[in-house]
Design a protein around this ligand. Structure first.
Ligand code: DOR
Ligand code: ZN
Length: 348
């Protein structure tokens, strides 16, 4: 008989863009209603580079998620060429910074203050290695000569391998991996190296974005790759390996900013993230590994306890609304208007 419901330890989302201001208020509840904790990405228009900025941002997130008082945002520091080790160490010791995020300069949304040469932040990375603070990496090179579909694979050779050679004890999360190369690389490394995988990279390849008309709402960075990569990611995510865990990379942009001559990168996947992941694991015949991927592997890597609460998903169709939010901030969700096979029960 087909599985009719599945109960899991409450999952966490290890990669989330909540934005700020009105947009924060509009989107944060969709993450907080499903997940116990979320790693909050620091790429605000003015990046989160200090302990004071992260504390203030955390307060704004808590204000926006009051309906879910148990939800815990885990803050990250945005690494720049000039950030000092002391800020990170002190933020980590105070329990404000869970991790730090490396954006290669100009790799993606609000990354112009990112790192121009990783060597410039070696003192910071050495300090992080010493205190066991994880480095979260947007793993794409930015050189104009490198084809956008090759940027992750080239990053592994040019940046990631030398980095791990130089700092073998550093804990690194290779964020939102999109290629077989990255999945194989992570498996080949020590237990210090793990990866998050988004649900959209498990469900779409580049054809979904480009065939039959361009679909701006499926454009994200790193961009979706060929089918062989999607299949490799599905295998990795559903394998039960401790090295892979859930990170949606939900990244809302107002519809006008997506449906544009120069559209922003980002997929707003938060509202039905768990249902979509469940669908993937079911299709792969691996529902028994969903809890490890969604709820256990992330806390184990970060050295945090697993959540106490349980959540239940039932096998029940539901339709995704065509839009969320209002007026100028209206956003189009991942799979707008489509029907899902699973539904998260709202209260347990
Ligand atoms: O698609 C993306 N959107 N990728 C990123 O790396 C950043 C994110 C955003 O903040 O919009
Ligand atoms: Zn992201």
């Amino acid at each position: 008989m087909a599985t009719e419901s599945i109960t899991l330890t409450q999952p966490d989302d290890w990669h989330v863009h909540l934005r700020d201001g009105e947009m924060l208020h509009q989107v944060a509840g969709y993450t907080a209603r499903q997940f116990g904790r979320a790693i909050i990405m620091p790429n605000l228009p003015t990046p989160v580079t200090t302990v004071a900025m992260a504390s203030a941002y955390r307060q704004r997130i808590l204000a926006a998620t009051q309906a879910y008082p148990e939800f815990k945002p885990l803050m990250t520091a945005y690494l720049t060429d000039t950030i000092g080790p002391q800020e990170l160490i002190s933020g980590h010791q105070q329990g404000v910074f869970t991790a730090a995020k490396l954006y290669p300069a100009n790799a993606t949304t609000n990354s112009s203050f990112g790192v121009s040469d990783i060597k410039k932040i070696y003192p910071v990375l050495e300090a992080m290695q010493k205190i066991g603070m994880p480095l979260l990496v947007h793993g794409e090179v930015v050189s104009n000569e490198i084809d956008i579909f090759d940027r992750e694979a080239v990053f592994i050779d040019e940046i990631m391998q030398p980095l791990l050679r130089d700092l073998p004890e550093l804990k690194v999360v290779f964020e939102h991996i999109t290629t077989q190369d990255a999945a194989d690389f992570v498996v080949s490394q020590s237990a210090n190296i793990a990866a998050t995988i988004t649900v959209h990279h498990l469900q779409i390849n580049r054809n979904h974005m480009l065939v039959g008309g361009i679909k701006p709402h499926l454009y994200c960075l790193p961009v979706a790759k060929r089918e062989i990569h999607r299949l490799a990611l599905r295998k990795a995510a559903t394998s039960g390996s401790q090295k892979f865990f859930l990170g949606t990379d939900t990244a809302p942009h107002a519809i006008g900013d997506k449906e544009s001559a120069c559209g922003c990168a980002g997929i707003f996947s938060a509202p039905h993230a768990l249902e979509n992941y469940a669908q993937v694991f079911e299709e792969e015949g691996a529902l028994e590994n969903l809890e490890a991927f969604a709820s256990l592997n992330g806390p184990a890597f970060y050295g945090l306890p697993v959540n106490q609460k349980k959540i239940t998903l039932v096998k029940e169709n539901q339709q995704i609304p065509s839009t969320f939010g209002q007026q100028a901030l209206l956003v189009s969700p991942y799979k707008a208007g489509e029907t899902l096979a699973w539904r998260l029960l709202s209260e347990q």
